[in-house]
Write a new protein. Sequence first.
Length: 370
Amino acid sequence: MRATGFLSFYDRFATAPMLVLITREEHVSLDNAVQLVTVYVLLYALGQPVWGLLSDRLGRLRVLRLALVGALVGSAASVAAPGFAALLAARAVTGLFVGSLFPSMLTIVGDSYDGAARAREISSLQTFTALGTTVATLAAGALAVWWDWRVVFAVTAVGAAVFLVLLRRVRLPDGGGTRRDIRSAFTAWPLWTYGLGVLEGAILLGILTYIVPALERDGVSTELAGVLGATYGVGIIGGACLAKRTVARVGRTVMIAIGSATLFVAFLLASLSQSVVPLTVTAVLIGTSNAFLHSSLQGWATDVAPTARATTVSVFVCSAFLGSAAATGVTAGLTRHGYGPVFAATCVATVMLAVLAVGSHAAWSRRRTG
């Protein structure tokens, strides 16, 4: 399960480091090459609610196997693509199917664990997704230069094939005897978590996009800026190890508060100075916040509508993606004269997120136990 999480984030972040090389070999402009990432992320996000509905209707393992088959076919087609148009179509298909993998893992964790054990498993899963992100960020470009960019996509195809074989031995209680009520995923509390997902995705994932460009604006080379930006993954890994030890002692509401406070400090540092050290520390702290805040909100999404867990988790993930896209779209024009004002505004938004998330989760917990 954790290795599947690794594979999904490896494939999601593997294309961007190879874009310049692909432009040369496929004889397309960089603007066209960027579409490889755009269509992938678009299909990745839009497919989330569909996969959730299918998982609640058909069962977890069926959807997981279907997603791995699609990832295998899409990645193999990416390797064999005879031209850029075919590659673009193959990456779109791959994004659609890979998009099901991580929500499926979260749903299975929600079905299989409760309380602090669930939080620890989500943290472990996050550790492996962070490793996938880091490996893709650091190694995909190197593999493409040393061998061929097609090798990077072949890794996903091989991984999907291996996991399909391993899944033949796996048995899950795919909802036998469990009542499914898809409508419960669209009641008041789930809708509230989706709204928080949009806001958190905007802050944590959307504004994170500006760390590497801000480093480059400060005079750091593109290669070094990418390495320093990848310390975000180091923050997730370290934060996940710390979160696993903390959650049983303090509970999810306090975890959300810790993650929000960490995120506030991260963007406060970035707003005060956009030089190498503050921005690198910011990247690490955003990763640490991800391990506390994002994993806690994801855990809440697995709890808030148990009879439609897969649908709820998938819509929450989609909400975070939509928030990320909205944040970059709204703030892109504000960065022409520097990134400080954007980071400062994000500090204010983080305070709002903290008040809303901590307060509402505390209220939900009281209502649930009461």
